[in-house]
Design a protein around this ligand. Structure first.
Ligand SMILES: [Zn+2]
Length: 351
């Protein structure tokens, strides 16, 4: 695979063909997402003026536990505009959808009016779980949405093809494409925010699993007999180290952490990371999410020390835990990556 190709399926792909400047989604012999070496053929000075003025974009949507965000992501992974709304508590499913759709309409209009961009598809990254094919979503932290038919609703609203995946899997795609895992065919991405999500790339492929939910590392048990998790089990990483858990444990929002809670959260994430590296033959774990990134060095030092302590096999020794390089743009670039991947798969399927 090319060093900067995307993790998803590139292992099975022939060398990437140069991107068509007129239509970045046309080629059937390239990886699901553009790679930097493709773009060398597509340098700005060689690019037609028309192309620069009218970029194709994916409307990226991030369904988080406490906020909905949306953005416009080009085929190069540039986030050229963004918006967000808070998720209201204790409202009916339609109220959530109305606030999401309002933001989306506004961004589609801005794409056209302010950026002269053509929106090609919608890409969604959502907190899990999701159903096969992303037909429905049931984010643990949005109780009003249980089996909510998000894909069909977004398709009705936008009249565009809609592709979706779990938020942490979307982040894994983005980190492999443009971030801290660029050039790594084997790694795990973790998001530690309101909840805890994960995505695993093995042999250059983002794992889906039987129902699309592979990589739910938030439900690895890190404290046997510990706090009750939303999933029903006890002591899951999400029940001990998520923003929600931290608020319940400390009585303070995760934006006002103590030194001890930052260290403990790092230790628990390091423990889960070690198990994943040992089980899956990995040596890189990329961590994003507002809690982890907010706890910064204290969190990452503690996580790395715990990982060092528990990853002792010849192949897992020396495994690294590293912050998402895309930082707070990661979720939207990830959702954009899901959209671009979906378009390319659809093209391949149709040809
Ligand atoms: Zn759980």
């Amino acid at each position: 695979m090319s060093a900067s190709g995307t993790p998803d399926e590139v292992g099975n792909e022939p060398a990437a063909a140069p991107m068509s400047p007129d239509d970045p989604t046309v080629s059937t012999s390239r990886p699901d997402l553009p790679a930097d070496d493709d773009l060398a053929d597509d340098a700005p000075e060689a690019e037609p003026v028309q192309q620069r003025q009218s970029p194709d974009v994916v409307l990226a949507v991030d369904i988080g536990g406490t906020k909905f965000a949306a953005g416009l992501v080009t085929a190069r992974g540039e986030l050229i505009d963004r918006a967000r709304v808070e998720v209201e508590r204790d409202v009916v499913p339609e109220t959530h959808y109305t606030s999401l759709a309002g933001m989306i309409d506004e961004l589609v209009e801005r794409a056209r009016e302010q950026h002269g961009a053509k929106v090609r598809a919608v890409g969604v990254g959502a907190a899990g779980p999701v159903s096969r094919g992303f037909e429905t979503v049931s984010p643990v932290n949005i109780p009003a949405w249980r089996n909510f038919p998000l894909r069909a609703r977004l398709q009705d609203t936008t009249r565009l093809p809609v592709f979706g995946d779990l938020d942490a899997k979307a982040l894994a795609l983005a980190e492999g494409w443009l971030g801290a895992a660029q050039g790594h065919p084997n790694f795990c991405a973790l998001t530690v925010s309101t909840g805890v999500g994960g995505g695993v790339v093995l042999d250059g492929e983002l794992l889906d699993g039987a129902t699309g939910n592979a990589g739910h590392i938030g439900h690895m048990i890190v404290e046997p007999g510990g706090r009750r998790c939303g999933c029903g089990a006890q002591g899951c990483l999400e029940a001990e180290a998520s923003g929600m858990a931290i608020e319940a444990i400390t009585g303070r929002p995760p934006t006002e952490p103590t030194y001890e809670i930052m260290q403990r959260t790092g230790r628990l994430v390091g423990l889960a990371a070690a198990s994943v590296c040992n089980a899956l033959d990995l040596s890189l774990v990329v961590v994003g999410g507002s809690v982890a990134l907010g706890f910064a060095a204290t969190f990452f030092h503690s996580a790395q020390a715990t990982l060092d302590e528990h990853a002792k096999l010849p192949y897992s020794r020396g495994a690294r835990i590293t912050p998402s390089r895309l930082a707070e743009s990661g979720p939207l670039i990830g959702a954009g990556a899901v959209g671009w991947r979906g378009l390319r798969r659809a093209r391949r399927g149709a040809s």
